[in-house]
Write a protein that binds this ligand. Structure first.
Ligand code: AMP
Ligand code: ZN
Length: 455
């Protein structure tokens, strides 16, 4: 049976009919987080966009016929810098960040990918791929322990980003790596100092470059060729261009991924999100402010994935209201049969804003059964799993004690202490609610018993 799914392929710059290479195993690879800090809401965008695509593929081809890989980049100089700054070892940084990432993405209702490979577990595959590229003369080692990919050897370089090699050259920064033959050549392997993480290799102790990590993990799990490769639009150049070069040249010039999908960037209230503008927002910040995972999903999917997304709190509050309105009418079901118009919108390059529009129509027409099915598919669950986490009774007594202390601090106008207690509790995953004379509390999905014990 022909399935009429159309997806915009960044490679051809057109919407194309999607046909998997193997109907019994639809394969998708999405570049995952570099784990050195809490995920910001920009990082959550690809997670939620490709979660919808994963759900759609499972719906169309069958739950057990889709393989979704989203890697974890746990070798990166930003991680090394973070460990140094905090005075802890690298594993401490990566393990902690991965745990946060999992909790945050669970809170947002994202399904787990089938595989979540970590770069550190695939270094030997990376070394094999680099060796092969050298033996085929697509890459060359330098005397100082680097290995570079020689861009001029790959005639199709620049095809994904739609640039000629000459144009790309102008945009490239001149880096310290003076041992390159050509400024566009990129690093496959680099030497490590004693303080830096390193692995033994034919080129001395060193570590892989970022791009080769994804090429090696994708090959190992999905094979030389697969259906969809995704990530944020910022990854088109150089990351994805370089992945294509490495993988094509080391896999007998076979086409790497058939479809390339990229989500647009997210801004906050019209401005680029950045630490210096003080508008840097993590998913955890939103959880601490007591927004529901469903409302965050809704707000993310109310804009088409290829458009830039302007994150506005007003809209998030509206999303929250819409979901309360819908949730009063829907009940929990397990198997969703998507209403036709909602499905048709998704089949047209994942038009989630149109699907959501159709869901409003279903509500207005009182078609609550259909709305239930659509909400189920979208992961707009009837009730978020709030307050479902158990904490031991002695700790809950401690929370009550801290709330009393906070109330006393408020009455004696010691607001800085009151705020501190509130913040400390929030940080451990306890949400406080004041209404009139009464203060109640509940646990968030990010409850951290370890932190709570320390309070
Ligand atoms: P990183 O952890 O920086 O490697 O990024 C993980 C993913 O988040 C990549 O797919 C990026 O393209 C994506 N990403 C980073 N910042 C944003 C943003 N502001 N808007 C949308 N996607 C982003
Ligand atoms: Zn990647």
């Amino acid at each position: 049976m022909e399935i009429p799914l159309f997806l915009y392929n960044s490679f051809s710059r057109t919407k194309e009919a999607f046909r998997p290479l193997d109907m019994n195993n639809v394969r998708m690879y999405v570049c995952g987080p570099t784990v050195y800090d809490r995920a910001h809401i920009g990082n959550a965008r690809p997670v939620l966009v490709f979660d919808i695509l994963f759900r759609l593929l499972r719906y169309l081809y069958g739950k057990d016929k889709v393989t979704y890989v989203r890697n974890i980049t746990d070798i990166d100089d930003k991680i090394n810098a973070k460990a140094l700054e905090r005075g802890v070892n690298i594993e401490r940084v990566t393990e902690e960040t991965i745990e946060w990432f999992h909790k945050d993405m669970d809170f947002l209702g994202a399904l787990q990918p089938n595989y979540e490979p970590r770069a550190t577990a695939y270094v030997s595959q990376m070394i094999d791929m680099v060796s092969k590229l050298i033996s085929l003369s697509f890459a060359y080692p330098s005397e100082d322990g680097h290995v570079f990919f020689e861009v001029e050897k790959f005639a199709d370089y620049g095809q994904l980003s739609n640039k000629k090699v000459g144009e790309l050259k102008e945009g490239v920064r001149i880096e310290n790596e003076t041992s390159k033959r050509n400024p566009l050549d990129f690093v496959l392997w680099k030497p490590s100092s004693n303080e830096e993480p390193g692995w033994d290799s034919p080129w001395g102790r060193g570590r892989p470059g970022w791009h080769i990590e994804c090429s090696a993990m994708a090959k190992d799990i999905l094979g030389d060729q697969f259906d969809i490769h995704g990530g944020g639009i910022d990854l088109i150049f150089p990351h994805h261009e370089n992945e294509i070069a490495q993988s094509t040249c080391s896999n007998d010039m076979k086409k790497f991924a058939n479809f390339w999908l990229h989500n647009g960037f997210l801004k906050i209230e019209g401005e680029k999100m950045s630490k210096s503008l003080n508008n840097f927002l993590t998913v955890f910040d939103l959880i601490k402010r007591d927004f529901s995972g469903s409302a965050i999903r809704y707000n993310m999917l109310a804009t088409h994935y290829r458009q830039p997304l302007d994150w506005k709190f007003e809209r998030l509050a509206e999303a929250e209201k819409t979901l309360v309105k819908w949730n009063n009418k829907i009940r929990s079901k397990n198997e969703a049969d998507l209403p036709k118009k909602v499905l048709n919108a998704l089949l047209d390059d994942l038009n989630t804003p149109l699907s959501i529009h159709e869901m409003h129509q279903l509500f207005n027409k009182g078609k609550f059964d259909d709305l239930t099915d659509a909400c189920e598919f979208f992961g707009f669950v009837a009730k978020d799993k709030k307050g479902s986490l158990e904490i031991p009774s002695e700790l809950s007594e401690n929370v009550d004690k801290l709330i009393k202390e906070r109330n006393i601090a408020r009455l004696s106008k010691n607001f800085s202490l009151a705020d501190k207690i509130r913040e400390d509790l929030l940080d451990a995953g306890i949400i406080i609610k004041d209404s009139g004379q009464e203060t109640t509390w509940e646990t968030s999905q990010n409850l951290e018993i370890k932190k709570l014990k320390k309070l």
